[in-house]
Design a protein around this ligand. Structure first.
Ligand code: GDP
Ligand code: MG
Length: 369
């Protein structure tokens, strides 16, 4: 049930909270401005002050905006979205950089490559999207907000170090998210490299690679030397084919915020991953409790786009504020709808904050008595 603080209720009625508290006192209830009240009492107070109450549930405000199902008839294949995970120092960053560099060299000459938290490469004419934010943090932040951005997890295991605690953590993350794993056995250039030891160790954690009779694809690579990177990309495309990833590019866009920051010159900049639909310049979007009108769409190569297709990561300019990594975004039909959702979400966040600090004050009082 939706609750509200006395202060917030007073604000929304344009009344002084002291008058609300006075009224409650007359009813025999001693309360403070920060106290949270139930909807029934809020309704009583509101009618006492001559207001009518419209109870707004999350589903009312956000109905038909987020998690809107694709029209099956419009589904077309979309590129896979890949996250790289694994133990510290096993070569996640090196691998991401190596894959990116390969694509830059083969891509348009002189293309500006900027870091936007995700990038796209092409392999044999097919696109692959890599999420390039520090693997674990992004993955868990997004999952905590109920957003799943990843289709495939690349598990990097250094061949000279084998399975380590964060390798196991990564396996568990991927498994609980239901995301298939591809194993990249890295650092095979090193003298102490032992790929079969890695495969055996993975068996213990129920990751059964192909050569051991399982279904998990594995590729021996060297991020340092650039060995077998194309093999890894092919494995990703193969896995992607098995997954039959599809989206509807004809609908309005929905997706997830990969990262966002306030840029001195450009204002709020949100890197978003379009998960379905097509995001266009001029679209009105809601992301978390922020909204905006898309002013510019910029790729990781610095190119300005008019529209971004499913699985494409793009920087979005034009937000009124800075959303959070992991926030879901969606295109809405009007600015007023965008404002309504953003304000609703800001209010919910504020009320949670008030409730939290009220709880903290309570415990402080208890501690001191
Ligand atoms: P991360 O912590 O998983 O992101 O690992 P890094 O990419 O930062 O790599 C950790 C260290 O391993 C760095 O010193 C890299 O140069 C080195 N490294 C990464 N990949 C390879 C590789 O394929 N071969 C060798 N010999 N060293 C590598
Ligand atoms: Mg790293």
């Amino acid at each position: 049930p939706e609750t509200i603080s006395i202060q917030e209720l007073a604000n929304r009625m344009s009344e002084r909270s002291v008058d609300v508290i006075k009224f409650l006192m007359q009813q025999g209830q001693m309360m403070k401005p920060g106290d949270i009240i139930e909807p029934d009492l809020a309704e009583l107070i509101a009618s006492e002050f001559g207001h009518t109450v419209r109870r707004v549930a999350e589903s009312d405000v956000e109905e038909g905006i987020f998690n809107v199902a694709d029209n099956v008839e419009n589904l077309v294949p979309r590129p896979p979205v890949v996250t790289i995970m694994g133990h510290v120092d096993h070569g996640k960053t090196s691998l991401l950089d190596a894959i990116r560099k390969t694509s830059v060299v083969s891509g348009e000459a002189g293309g500006i490559t900027q870091h936007i938290g995700a990038y796209q490469v092409e392999q044999g004419g097919q696109k692959i999207t890599f999420i390039d934010t520090p693997g674990h943090a992004a993955f868990t932040a997004m999952r905590a907000r109920g957003a799943q951005a990843t289709d495939i997890a690349i598990l990097v295991v250094a061949a000279d170090d084998s399975v380590m605690p964060q390798t196991i953590e990564s396996i568990n993350h991927a498994k609980s998210a239901g995301v298939p794993i591809i194993v990249a056995i890295n650092k095979i250039d090193k003298p102490g490299a032992d790929a079969s030891k890695v495969r055996n160790a993975l068996l213990q954690h129920e990751v059964f690679v192909e050569s051991m009779g399982g279904e998990v694809l594995d590729v021996e690579v060297s991020a340092l030397k650039g060995t077998n990177l194309d093999k890894l990309l092919d494995a990703i495309l193969l896995q992607s084919e098995i997954l039959e990833l599809k989206a509807d590019p004809t609908r309005t866009a929905e997706g997830v915020v990969i990262e966002a920051q306030l840029d001195k010159g450009r204002g709020p900049v949100a890197t978003v991953l379009v998960q379905t639909g097509t995001l266009k310049i001029g679209d009105i979007v809601v992301a978390g409790d922020e909204w905006g009108r898309v002013r510019a769409l910029i790729t990781d190569k610095g190119a300005q786009l008019k529209e971004a297709l499913p699985s494409m990561p793009v920087e979005v300019l034009g937000m009124q504020g800075t959303p959070l990594a992991g926030d879901r975004f969606a295109v809405v039909e009007s600015e007023s709808k965008a404002r309504e959702i953003a304000e609703y979400r800001q209010r919910v966040a504020r009320e949670k904050q008030v409730a939290k600090s009220a709880g903290q004050r309570g415990s402080l009082e208890q501690m001191m008595s």
